[in-house]
Design a protein around this ligand. Structure first.
Ligand code: 2BA
Ligand code: 2BA
Length: 108
């Protein structure tokens, strides 16, 4: 058995969880914070049989694609008045996945 630890964008967490549970995976979801940006992300813990790991990673890869999105930053309060900023392109999505060996799985 393996423990898949997948850190995903909170925007993608509902979709990826829906797809994983539909595919028969069991999961635990933790709200986490990225150490660099200090913004919320979501960590999924999935205990799965070795032969089911690749399919779970595929689901994560397909659902949490890294893509770009145009966003309009909030107006700043600096300067003479409320300055409307130009939309900027930001990178969203993606996933960081660790696969760990499980020594024991105990359910009481
Ligand atoms: P990613 O590398 O895609 O990482 C997304 C989030 O995944 C990270 O959020 C962190 O929560 C987790 N993560 C990534 N690698 C990890 C690892 N080896 N161990 C444990 N958790 C890990 P943040 O830390 O807020 O980082 C957000 C994004 O900022 C990163 O996206 C990366 O593009 C950039 N970044 C992070 N650290 C950086 C650094 N030291 N210098 C430059 N850019 C950095
Ligand atoms: P939940 O995912 O909310 O599941 C609650 C209970 O619902 C489960 O109890 C199980 O009785 C049932 N259940 C869950 N998925 C099912 C499915 N696909 N088909 C039929 N019944 C299902 P437990 O098995 O005692 O699990 C309690 C909690 O432990 C789970 O909450 C989940 O957070 C975690 N968990 C269990 N197995 C896991 C695994 N392989 N990987 C990660 N987390 C797991």
């Amino acid at each position: 058995m393996k423990l898949i630890l997948a850190i995903v964008s909170s925007d993608d967490s509902r979709d990826v969880l829906d797809r994983l549970t539909k595919a028969g995976y069991r999961a635990t979801v933790i709200s986490t914070t990225g150490g660099f940006l200090r913004e919320g992300n979501t960590t999924l813990l999935l205990g799965a049989e070795d032969e089911k790991v690749a399919q779970a990673v595929d689901v994560v890869r397909q659902t949490c694609r890294r893509r770009t999105q145009w966003v309009s930053p909030l107006p700043t309060l600096e300067g003479p008045g409320l300055e409307m900023s130009e939309p900027i392109e930001v990178s969203v999505g993606g996933a960081v996945v660790f696969v760990l060996g499980v020594e024991q799985f105990i359910q009481t």
